[in-house]
Design a protein around this ligand. Structure first.
Ligand code: ADP
Ligand code: MG
Length: 189
C-alpha cells in the first residue's frame, strides 16, 4: 500500500501496562484521527525501544481505516530523498510530493544529525505542510536537543515553532520493551 509501514503493529498489540508513562486516553484520542482532520502535529519522544514506531504505525493504521492517506518515511530516507532530488534539480517536485498525504509520519528523527542543507530542506517541507496536513514525528531526542539534531539552532527553532504550535507531545519514559521482556524471562538481570 501507499503507507509503506516498516512492520505491522496495532493498538491492540500495544502493552500499555508495560509503559505507565503513556496516557492511554491521549493515544486513543490520537487514534480517532481528529488531529489529522485539524492538520495538527504529534511528537512521540523517548529512548530507543519504548514503542514509538509501534505507536506511530498503529496510529497510521487507524488513520487509514478512517479514510486518510498516510505516508510513513524514516527520517534518514526522507533526507536522502530530498538531497538526491536537490542535486537532480527535482527538489520542488519532492517538496510537493511529501505534503500530499493527509498524514506524514517521519520516523526516528535525531538518530543521525542533519547536514545544514538537509535541515533547510526539512524546514521547507514542514513549512509546506504547516496547517495543511498532519505530521507525526518520532524522535529519541528531547525537543531541547533539536538544535544539535539539525546542527543549526535557528533552523531547529523555526521547525519547532511550526511543529509545536498545534501539537500533541507524547513523552515516553522507561526502558526498552525488548530489554524488559528479556529481563522478565530471566535472560538479563
Ligand atoms: P522505538 O521506535 O521506540 O525504538 P519500537 O516501537 O520499534 O521502539 O519497539 C521495539 C519493539 O518492541 C517493537 O517490536 C514493538 O512492537 C515492541 N514494543 C515496544 N513497546 C511495546 C509495548 N508497550 N507493547 C508491545 N510491544 C511493544
Ligand atoms: Mg523506532
Amino acid at each position: 500500500g501507499l503507507a509503506r509501514f516498516p512492520f505491522y503493529r496495532d493498538l491492540a498489540g500495544f502493552d500499555f501496562a508495560a509503559q505507565p508513562s503513556i496516557d492511554r486516553g491521549q493515544i486513543r484520542d490520537l487514534a480517532t484521527g481528529r488531529f489529522i482532520a485539524n492538520g495538527e502535529a504529534v511528537l512521540l519522544l523517548g529512548p530507543p525501544g519504548v514503542g514509538k514506531t509501534h505507536l506511530a504505525v498503529a496510529i497510521g493504521l487507524e488513520a487509514i481505516v478512517a479514510g486518510y492517506t498516510v505516508l510513513f518515511v524514516p527520517a534518514t530516507t526522507l533526507v536522502a530523498t530530498l538531497a538526491k532530488a536537490h542535486t537532480e534539480g527535482r527538489l520542488e517536485e519532492k517538496l510537493t510530493h511529501y505534503p500530499k498525504p493527509k498524514l506524514l509520519i517521519v520516523d526516528e528523527l535525531g538518530y543521525l544529525p542533519f547536514e545544514p542543507d538537509a535541515a533547510h530542506m526539512f524546514f521547507q517541507l514542514v513549512s509546506r505542510r504547516y496547517e495543511r496536513g498532519a505530521l507525526l514525528v518520532t524522535s529519541n531526542r528531547a525537543v531541547g536537543e533539536w538544535g544539535t539534531v539539525f546542527d543549526d539552532s535557528v533552523v531547529a527553532t523555526a521547525i519547532l515553532d511550526r511543529i509545536l504550535h498545534h501539537s500533541h507531545v507524547v513523552t515516553i519514559r522507561g526502558e526498552s520493551y525488548r530489554l524488559r521482556e528479556k529481563r522478565r524471562s530471566g535472560l538479563l538481570r
